[in-house]
Write a new protein. Sequence first.
Lengths: 139, 139
Amino acid sequence: MEITIGELSKRTGVLATTVRYYEDVGLMPAPPRTAGGRRSYGTAHVARLAFIRHARQLGFEVDAIRELLALNARPDLPCAEVDVIARRHLADVDGRIERLKALRSELSRMVDECGHGRVGECRVIEVLSDHGECLGHDH
Amino acid sequence: MEITIGELSKRTGVLATTVRYYEDVGLMPAPPRTAGGRRSYGTAHVARLAFIRHARQLGFEVDAIRELLALNARPDLPCAEVDVIARRHLADVDGRIERLKALRSELSRMVDECGHGRVGECRVIEVLSDHGECLGHDH
DNA sequence: CTTGCTCCTCCAGCCACTAGAGGAATTAAG
DNA sequence: CTTAATTCCTCTAGTGGCTGGAGGAGCAAG
C-alpha cells in the first residue's frame, strides 16, 4: 500500500501542510519518496498520524505526544508514565475549566447588569474600568 | 503627575515590555517623552492600561478591546454595541467550557480505565490509537 | 500535447506577548 | 564629582501549532 500525502490527509483528516509540519518537528518520520520526489506513506504512517490527531484533539501538547508515541513503541514497559502524562493533562484541563468558569460568571454578571442605556452608564464599561468592581479579586 | 514606564507597570501589573507592545499595536497612545527620550505617563494612561489589563484578564481579544476603548471614549452613544461585544465573548467562553468539559470526560474515562499494567495493554494508548473507541464521535 | 490537479520547498504570518542584546540615561551612594 | 547600579531605549527573534501563499515540477486524463 503506497499512499500520497493527499490520501493520507483524507484518511486522517489532517491537512497535508500539517503532515509536513509534523515531519519537520519530528512527530512523523520522513517517509520514503517516489522517483519524482513525492512522499510515499504506508499503513504504519496512517496509524501514527491518527494517533497524533486524536491526541491533539484531546488537547495533548506536541511534547506530550512525542512522549506518548515513544511509549507506544515500547509495549513491554509499565504504563505508569503514560498514566502520569494523561493525569497531568487532565489536571491541566480541570484548571482551565475552573478558570473559564470563574471568568464566565463575571462576564455574565457584567452583561446582566447592563441597563442598555448610554455607554456612559454601562456596567460593562464600568466593570472594565474599575477592577475594584469585581466580586472575586483573584485575577 | 509624570510617571515612568516602570511606575506605570507597577501600578497596573502590566510588564513594561507589554506596555510598549500595546503602544505598537495601537492599544495605548504614544505618550510624551522626557528630554532624555523616556516615556512619560499620566493618570489617563494608568486608567486606560488598567482597562486593557482587566479586559485581557476577562479574555477579551485585543481587537475587541480596541472597540471597547473606542466606545468608552463616546459615553453619549447607546451601549448596545458594548453589549454585543460582551455577549459574543460570553458565548465564546461558553463554547470553550463545553468543549473542555467533553474533553475532560473522555480524558478521565481514559485514565480511569488504565489498568496500570504494561503499555501494551494500556487503555490510554488504546484510546489514542483507535478513534472508534470514543463514546462521542463529535471530535 | 495540453489542461488541470497534486505535490514540492521555502518563507511569512497568526495571537499576544516575552526575552535578550547592546547601548544610553538616570539615580543613589561614596 | 565620580562611579556603580538601575532603569530605560530600540530592535530582533522566539513561543505553539499550525496555516497560507509563491513559484515551480510531476503526473493522470482527454
